[in-house]
Design a protein around this ligand. Sequence first.
Ligand code: HEM
Length: 507
Amino acid sequence: MVNLFENIPLLFALYIFTKHFLHKLRNHPPSPILNLPIIGHLYLLKKPLYRSLAKLSERYGPVLLLQFGSRPVLVVSSPSAAEECLNKNDIIFANRPRMMAAKHIGNNCTSLVWTSYGDHWRNLRRISSLEILSTHRIQMLQNIRTDEIKGMIKRLYRDSEEKRVVDMKTTFNEMTMNVLMRMIAGKRYFGENVEEIEEGKRFREILRETLRLGSTSMADFLPVVRLLGVGGVEKKLMALQKKRELFMQELVEQCKKRLGSANNGDSEMGEKKKTMIEVLLTLQEKEPDYYTDGIIRDLMLVLLGAGTDSSSGTMEWALSVLLNNPEILKKAQMEIDNHVGQERLIDESDIANLPYLRCIINETLRMYPPGPLVIHESSEDCIVGGYRVSRGTMLLVNFWAIHNDPKIWEDSRIFKPERFQGLEATRDGYKLIPFGSGRRGCPGEGLAVRMVGMGLGSVIQCFDWERIGNELVDMAEGTGLNLPKAQPLMAKCTPRPVAAKHFCFLK
Ligand code: HEM
């Protein structure tokens, strides 16, 4: 009689080989042969995911098919394959997968970031691109950015006078949160003259939790983990969403009140001064069925989630790398001194005349993209890299791998802003795509470029910078959605003449 247990290894090998053979027969992209039942290729993954996937792509090629538990996942890590997905097959890959975070904090997959391609997404993109993130609207709110950056320089000036070590992670982060919050709801939570300190703490906590829980989890790939509620992620997401909605609804109500009294002539509120919520509330008056409080809440939460740490993290990485490369910092200071001088503070219109500063920002986004992996899903069968990809396949475009590939970039792990000098179209050929591309590309790019350019340009213009010891700044990456630094940047700064001229009255 055949002993089934004795034959288990043989049956298992047969299962694996048949699966692999069928895979090849169907012309699916290359895949590691050991695709285990239930977990698929999850056993191959380590943190951070973009590095782990880059290693697998080195071995199996830039178009790779993996199985994350129950989900097929296409991993793409070359400029040409990224172009095929985000340009040629842009519409096919414009969907997002239904993940647990998308269900709970993406309001049942209806928020701008998480909703799939279709009329609803198109409407949300139209509203964000035309009404709140258009060049015109961003320009109108320029004074907010100038004001908050001045506030940041003023605080740094005071710290430098008292020879304090400064925490630049928190400094950049609070400045960015103030900018976005003022643009969204007319509020600021950090720095001087802040009244609503408790509200600010609540807000910071909500953003922190959103970044912590807002990515994928094992329960997205292993239905059994979700069923058993292992880790309690789903419950945490539900609790977080309640807090997020309550917080944002309070802001919407406050804006309604302000708008109401402005309409009654109690205060002046020209079109110029309207916050993003107020713009949307004005549209609500005309089309209440579409511009519901829910839509306004979700849109604002998406902008805060997508816009804060990505922008402030870029400034923190850039300044960290400059502290480790003082000659590059000096060159950037000289450029600013030549074009702007030490009499007045830099402003947004100067950025266009500071090509070296822009090279530094591009090089930072190349080495440390705040969105190292972008996630989409296919809505139809299609061909990528000559291979067949089935409908419903999750797509991960590994921006980090493309940006750090030594075959594409000479000395890829060396910070060399000069590589972008004289290049007009740095995004050419999908070699550098920190903001994504195609329909789902970042709608906040214009705002981010202004905030990062001004934030970084101002600290370079106003201070000389030093590390806190002889050791280089630790450039290790932490874990998280936005490629954070493992250790916050701590530094010392000394005012340059322009800072002394504008802020010495503080003494
Ligand atoms: C340095 C700063 C930033 C970087 C590098 C960045 C990068 C990205 C990337 C890579 C994506 C995903 C693209 C894709 O899925 O293919 C994205 C999406 C998005 N970003 Fe940004 N972003 C930044 C700042 C901002 C800002 C300031 C805002 C708005 C305040 C913003 C709003 C969004 C939104 C709403 C989406 C989702 C778009 C959609 O799904 O249709 N981002 N961003």
